[in-house]
Design a protein around this ligand. Structure first.
Ligand code: FMN
Length: 206
């Protein structure tokens, strides 16, 4: 049987695919995992646009990634204009690169949005309370938060002020490209999905 060997463990294509989605899921819980902070690629009017985001939730059954952002940020307008996106993950310790592509949907209401807001802590809610939209010019280095908010923790009530700016980026994945760097020879596999279901698996030359 055709297997890839990773740290003395052999994986078939099917086992590898499951393993990769499990690693993505694990990265939403273990913040120190390299896959916790991937790069999201969108298309802007000037060309490709990249930025780091925190991977907040993974639905391994439906092949969906969830990230949080500010609805006023440029990436939201880019996704509205062109929902096709790609994600890049690199785990130096494992020697894994993942490139995922798919379609992004923006959510600013509903049960999933409410549940994700409820999971955020006052520290991470702070950014959504900035009075000026992300990316706007400023005459001096500033966070845009109300005066006196930079230091210290927000009360529960204060942290709610950012909620109207809170938005989910829900990515439905249609392809996953895995590259494994190994001294004995690199390995690569590509998986394709249709409506959240695995439709094609293929080893590739790196
Ligand atoms: C480690 C790290 C984590 C980040 N996490 C997020 C995040 O989860 N959501 C987000 O909108 N921006 C996050 N950012 C900021 C983005 O990379 C980006 O600068 C910001 O969202 C503005 O992007 P835009 O101008 O393309 O909309 C993070 C940046 C770093 C360095």
């Amino acid at each position: 049987m055709s297997q890839v060997w990773i740290n003395e463990t052999g994986f078939t294509l099917a086992e590898l695919e499951k393993h990769l989605w499990n690693l993505l899921f694990r990265a939403t819980i273990q913040k120190k995992e390299a896959f916790n902070k991937p790069t999201l690629g969108t298309l802007s009017a000037e060309g490709p646009s990249l930025r780091t985001l925190v991977l907040r939730e993974v639905d391994t059954g439906k092949k969906i990634l969830i990230a949080h952002t500010d609805r006023r940020s440029p990436k939201v307008r880019e996704i509205q204009a062109e929902p096709r996106i790609s994600w890049h993950f690199y785990d130096e310790r494992r020697g894994f690169q993942l490139r995922l592509s798919g379609k992004a949907f923006l959510l600013a209401e509903g049960p999933l949005w409410e549940a994700q807001w409820a999971k955020t802590n006052p520290g991470s809610r702070k950014v959504y309370a900035s009075l000026i939209a992300p990316g706007q010019p400023s005459e001096h280095p500033a966070s845009g938060l109300p005066s006196g908010w930079d230091e210290g923790r927000l009360s529960e009530e204060e942290s709610e002020q950012g909620k109207p700016n809170f938005m989910l980026i829900r990515s439905e994945i249609s392809a996953l490209d895995w590259l494994f760097l190994d001294a004995r020879g690199h390995r690569r596999a590509v998986f394709r999905y249709q409506d959240g279901q695995l439709a094609q698996s293929q080893w590739c030359i790196p």
